[in-house]
Design a protein around this ligand. Structure first.
Ligand code: TF8
Length: 330
C-alpha cells in the first residue's frame, strides 16, 4: 500500500522512468579495444546515447569477452545478448548466400565495396537475417585481407605450398586456400594469437589494421600484401529483443548504426594507410605480391570460385554483379 502510493507519487512527479526507458544494450566484438572495431563500438555507443538523450545505454565488450563471433551470433538469436559486430564469414553456416562476400577478388577497391554493400544487393542480404532471428543493421569495414606467416617470405603462388594457414570457419576460405596448395586450418579468431605463438599454425590472413591491433607482428615475421579478398563486418541485433523496442528506439539505433558505419570506414582507411609502415617498424618483412603472381593465385582458386558462385542464389549473385557493373561504369 505504502509502496504503491510512493510509486504513484514518484510517477506524478516524473521521477520514475517510464516503462520503455533505460534499455541497456550489451554490444560485443572480437578484436581488442585498440582495434578499428573498438573505435567503431565506442562511437556507436556515444551516438546511441546522444540520439536517445540517454534513454538507451550501450555497454561495449571487446576482446571476445562475450565469446567468439559464432557464439555471440547464437546468443543474439537466443535473445541472451542484444548486439554485436563481427565477421560476415561466420554467418555463412546460417545463410549460405553470405558467402558472396568471401569470393576472392570480388572487389577491386573500397569504393566498389561500399557501393555494393550499401546498395540493393547488400541490403537484400541483410534482410534475409530476419528469418534467422537476427537484424542486420549495417556493414563496417574489416578490410582487404593480407597474408602473414612465420616460415618464409611469400612472393609467388608456389610459396604458399604447405603453409599451415589459419582460415575463418567458413567453407569458401577453406576451399580457396586448399586450392592454392596451402594447408588451411579453420579456427576461431579468439584462438588465433596463441595458435600462431605455439606454432600450431604457420600463418593467417587478415587486413593490416587487424594484424597491427592484434599484435600478430609479435609472432609473425613475414607479411605479404595480397588484398585477396575484402572482408566486411556486420552490425547485428537480436531480433527477439529488437521486436520489443519502440519504433522510435529502433530508429535511433538505425541512425546511430549508419553514422557508425561512415565513421568506422573512414577510421579504418586512415589506420590502414599507416599500418604497413608501423608493421615494418615492428620488424616485419614486407613483400608485395605482383599482379602476375596474384593472377596465378586467382587461377588456382578459379574452380573454387566457380563452385561457390554457382551455389549462390542467382538473385544474390546477379544483384552483386549488377551493382558492380554500375560502380565500374560510374
Ligand atoms: C577473422 C576476422 C576477424 C573477425 C572479428 C573477430 O579473421 O577477420 O577480424 O572475426 O570479428 O576471424
Amino acid at each position: 500500500m505504502k509502496k504503491a502510493m510512493l510509486a504513484m507519487l514518484a510517477l506524478a512527479l516524473g521521477t520514475v522512468p517510464a516503462l520503455a526507458q533505460d534499455v541497456t544494450i550489451r554490444f560485443g566484438y572480437g578484436l581488442n579495444e585498440e582495434s578499428t572495431q573498438g573505435e567503431g563500438a565506442r562511437f556507436l555507443a556515444k551516438e546511441i546515447d546522444r540520439l536517445s538523450e540517454g534513454r538507451l545505454k550501450m555497454d561495449t565488450f571487446g576482446g571476445g569477452t562475450l565469446g567468439p563471433d559464432l557464439q555471440m551470433q547464437n546468443a543474439l538469436i537466443g535473445g541472451a545478448q542484444e548486439m554485436m559486430v563481427g565477421s560476415t564469414a561466420t554467418l555463412v553456416g546460417l545463410i549460405p548466400d553470405f558467402g558472396v562476400w568471401d569470393v576472392p577478388f570480388l572487389f577491386a577497391n573500397e569504393k566498389e565495396a561500399d557501393h555494393v554493400l550499401d546498395g540493393p544487393a547488400g541490403q537484400a542480404l541483410l534482410e534475409t537475417l530476419d528469418a534467422q532471428g537476427l537484424v542486420g543493421l549495417v556493414y563496417w569495414e574489416n578490410g582487404f585481407r593480407n597474408l602473414t606467416n612465420s616460415v618464409r617470405p611469400i612472393a609467388t603462388a608456389e610459396d604458399l605450398a604447405g603453409i599451415k594457414l589459419r582460415v575463418m570457419q567458413n567453407p569458401v576460405f577453406l576451399d580457396t586456400f586448399a586450392a592454392t596448395g596451402a594447408s588451411p586450418i579453420p579456427l576461431a579468431f579468439s584462438e588465433l594469437f596463441t595458435a600462431l605463438e605455439m606454432r600450431t599454425v604457420d600463418g593467417q590472413e587478415n587486413p593490416v589494421t587487424t594484424i597491427q591491433s592484434s599484435r600478430f607482428f609479435e609472432v609473425q615475421k613475414y607479411l605479404t600484401i595480397t588484398n585477396h579478398v575484402y572482408s566486411p563486418w556486420i552490425v547485428l541485433a537480436s531480433k527477439s529483443w529488437w521486436d520489443g523496442l519502440s519504433a522510435a528506439d529502433q530508429e535511433v539505433i538505425r541512425q546511430a548504426a549508419v553514422a557508425s558505419r561512415d565513421f568506422e570506414r573512414e577510421y579504418s582507411r586512415a589506420a590502414s594507410s599507416k599500418a604497413v609502415e608501423a608493421l615494418k617498424a615492428e620488424g616485419m618483412e614486407v613483400t608485395v605480391m605482383t599482379p602476375e603472381e596474384l593472377a596465378k593465385v586467382a587461377a588456382m582458386a578459379d574452380p573454387v570460385i566457380s563452385k561457390v558462385t554457382g551455389a549462390l542464389s542467382p538473385e544474390v549473385w546477379n544483384a552483386v554483379q549488377a551493382s558492380l557493373a554500375e560502380v565500374r561504369t560510374a
